[in-house]
Design a protein around this ligand. Structure first.
Ligand code: SF4
Length: 723
């Protein structure tokens, strides 16, 4: 610890702003910003107030159990709580099989927790049913990145490239609200003469900074991307040499976009022809250009194809794998990147390996000291898992860590009903979230400042979370909870509760995989201020080798590896990927031909409006933490709905009126905010609240067929004034 306090990172979003944590003279924990390449000394108000939840009174400090069905949650000691969990798991699995107990994780868990949770599911419970809330957040971009580049790392280049870009295309992202220090990079680019093109149906705080704001109708981003590529082809702006040398599949994509001529795209999207041309020119004329996508592009039933369409545009312009240019995805959750690499995903083993790959199973089973054939196969995705709970053949018990699906899942009324119908619901959480309130057993877990571990930020940089304070008596770390449950379930070894030990084992399990962490150590992170994966250990698998990066595990004894990964820095890992080769076996990127499809729900007579959802500056995800921080909750105790003035007038609604949104699935209520930030046929409501103010009660559950990500961004609703 230095004189400033303990060097750590914010507990919330994927920017993982650096901060000092220290206690003041009265013993109260406080934070101060710390300079780091991502936040450049900045914090948003969530970061500034992050220490508030560490104080007693705003968190759980003792386990809670429900001793009678339908009865209240009552305080218990750890032995009683864990005994109930173990008894419940055994009874369910003996009666209904191993898969009858499911596990649900989160994109905010440290790498160590995500890894140990996946191992706990596969080795201790031996259930196939594990997935996590990152499915709601990043999975479409991950799927599109995998098929284009053979490897998914949100930003395959350092964030500092954003500040040096001559042109940026930002699709479906509002970092001015969601991660404000990120805007320093955008502003640096603008100050140096760079152009910012923002694609968003809403005029957000980010769009207000743009050189050009394109406002496609909800659910038409893919058509816009194809239209932009059509113009690039027609105007001779395609980088033909790059396409020939570094890609495959352009012919099919050129044919696919041939029908997306500008006037047709204007009719589909509402984006004027002249703006389409201008956007393409800004990108194509820039020496260094970046295409960045986020949830606005992803959270659709065609989210993977939509991201692919923008990747196609980037590839045609020759951007990915070129220093200073490229394609990237802005990850949302704090460890959204690392959380999807180490095994809490239904189809995955550590190191971003596939669970249906026999070589991967054999490698990980060796590290775990279990027979490979004892490992379960792939399970189902997050929403499908939640929807199946308590149904015929579905899981009867659920252990949930670091997630609040009662608020954050789509069609949340149904999800809540399913959770209520379980024989056993166990929730580990620092606070009594809406989901924890339904549980049979609630386990109070330690918070970010009370535990060691690593997070992988939006750049793929693995950073340290450091324990600065002891948790209050009665609170345990998630690692201890998983370890102790394993021991009580008959696994006496193999589940350390020491973060450094778990990280070292994670490195062995990830060695040779696409996300190779085997060369990363806590000491190396400390020395370098973070290490970018892939970072193979000397003498072990080289994830820069095309076959390893493509997800094919290497021979257990591969012999000397090839040259290090292109762009690799021997100390900092691999800050910049794909400079010489992409991760497909032939080293080439793949174009993927995609076509526009409408959203699952189009407006009709009964539900004539589109609703889209998102975040606001004061709150993080389901709001379970930030709604408990007075400085954030003041002024935002209730959600609002953005309504265009013309629409408001038609419904006789004025600012501050209580309004109700009704969909085929349910209703929600909020205060009216009248604004031209939304078009007349679109409503926007943030999703940070539960109960009657839960917007996910009305949001639909159509899933992307590739990523299984729900369509949060478009639902058909009716608007009513309450009273
Ligand atoms: Fe930084 Fe995100 Fe934390 Fe805000 S919430 S301080 S942007 S990491």
């Amino acid at each position: 610890m230095s004189e400033h306090g303990t060097a750590t990172h914010c507990p919330y979003c994927a920017l993982q702003c650096a901060m000092w944590l220290r206690t003041d003279d009265s013993g109260r924990p406080t934070v101060a910003p710390r300079d780091f390449p991502t936040n450049q000394g900045g914090l948003c108000r969530k970061g500034w107030t992050a220490a508030e939840l560490l104080r007693p009174g705003r968190r759980l400090t003792t386990p809670l159990v429900r001793r009678t069905p339908g009865g209240p949650l009552e305080e218990a000691d750890w032995d009683e709580a864990l005994t109930r969990v173990v008894f419940g798991i055994r009874r369910i699995q003996e009666g209904a099989g191993r898969d009858a107990v499911a596990v649900f994780g989160g994109g905010g868990l440290t790498n160590e927790k995500a890894y140990l949770l996946g191992k706990f599911a596969r080795v201790t419970l031996r259930t196939a049913n594990i997935d996590y809330n990152g499915r709601f957040c990043m999975s479409s971009a991950a799927a599109a990145g995998l098929r284009a580049f053979g490897l998914d790392r949100g930003l395959p280049f350092p964030l500092s490239d954003v500040g040096r870009a001559d042109a940026l295309l930002l699709v479906g992202a509002n970092p001015a609200e969601t991660m404000p220090p990120f805007v320093r990079h955008l502003d640096a680019a603008r100050a140096a003469g760079g152009a910012l093109v923002v694609v968003d149906p809403r005029r957000t705080a980010t769009a207000a900074r743009a050189t050009l704001h394109l406002r496609p109708a909800p659910g038409t981003d893919l058509a816009l991307a194809n239209g932009l590529l059509h113009i690039a082809v027609a105007e001779g702006l395609v980088d033909e040499k790059y396409v020939a040398d570094r890609t495959e599949g352009f012919t099919a994509v050129r044919e696919a976009v041939a029908t997306y001529w500008p006037e047709h795209v204007e009719r589909l999207t509402g984006v004027p022809v002249a703006d389409q041309y201008r956007a393409v020119r800004l990108l194509a004329d820039a020496p260094r250009a970046l295409v960045l996508t986020a949830r606005g592009a992803e959270q659709h039933r065609n989210g993977t194809d939509t991201v692919s369409a923008f990747v196609n545009l980037a590839l045609a312009l020759g951007l990915p794998g070129r220093e200073g240019s490229g394609y990237g995805c802005l990850t949302g959750q704090g460890n959204g990147q690392g959380g999807r690499e180490h095994g809490q995903k239904a189809d995955q083993l550590p190191g971003y390996r596939r669970i249906d790959d026999p070589h991967a199973r054999a490698h990980v089973a060796r590290v775990w000291d279990v027979p490979a054939d004892s490992l379960p196969g792939p399970g189902v995705s997050a929403y499908e898992l939640l929807r199946s709970l308590g149904t015929e053949g579905g899981p009867r018990g659920l252990l949930l860590f670091g997630s609040n699906p009662v608020v954050s899942a789509p069609n949340a009324g149904l999800v809540e009903e399913r959770l209520r119908g379980l024989d056993l619901l166990v929730v580990s959480d620092p606070v009594l979230s809406e989901t924890a309130a339904l549980a049979d057993v609630v386990l109070p877990s330690a918070q970010w400042a009370e535990e060691d571990g690593t997070m992988t930020n939006l750049e793929g940089r693995v950073i340290r979370r450091r324990r600065a304070l002891a948790p209050p008596p009665g609170v345990r770390t998630d690692l201890w909870i998983i370890s102790e449950l394993s021991r009580r379930l008959g696994r006496a070894t193999g589940f350390s509760d020491s973060a450094p030990e778990v990280f070292a084992e994670l490195g062995r399990a990830a060695a040779g995989g696409p996300a190779d962490y085997s060369g990363i150590t806590y000491d190396r992170i400390d020395a370098q201020g973070g290490v970018f994966w892939p970072c193979p250990a000397d003498g072990e698998g080289r994830s820069g080798r095309p076959e390893a990066a493509a997800g094919v595990s290497p021979d257990p004894d591969p012999g000397p590896g090839p040259d290090p990964v292109p762009g690799s820095d021997p100390d900092a890992g691999t800050p910049r990927m794909f400079l010489d080769a992409f991760a497909h076996p032939d080293g080439k990127a793949r174009f993927v031909a995609v076509h526009h499809t409408p959203p699952a729900e189009e407006p009709d007579e009964l539900y004539p409006l589109h609703l889209t959802t998102g975040r606001i500056m004061q709150h993080y995800q389901s709001g379970a933490q930030t709604r408990r921080v007075p400085e954030l909750a003041d002024g935002t105790r209730d959600p609002h709905v953005e309504i265009h003035p013309d629409l408001a007038a038609r419904h006789d609604i004025v600012a501050g009126d209580r309004v109700r949104l009704v969909s085929r699935r349910g209703t929600t209520e909020a205060d009216a905010r009248i604004t031209t930030a939304v078009p007349p046929d679109l409503l926007f409501m943030p999703f940070h609240w539960g109960g009657a103010q839960r917007v996910n009660s009305v949001v639909g559950d159509a899933l992307d067929p590739v990523s299984r990500m729900p369509e949060f961004k478009v639902s058909a609703v009716r608007l009513e004034r309450v009273g």
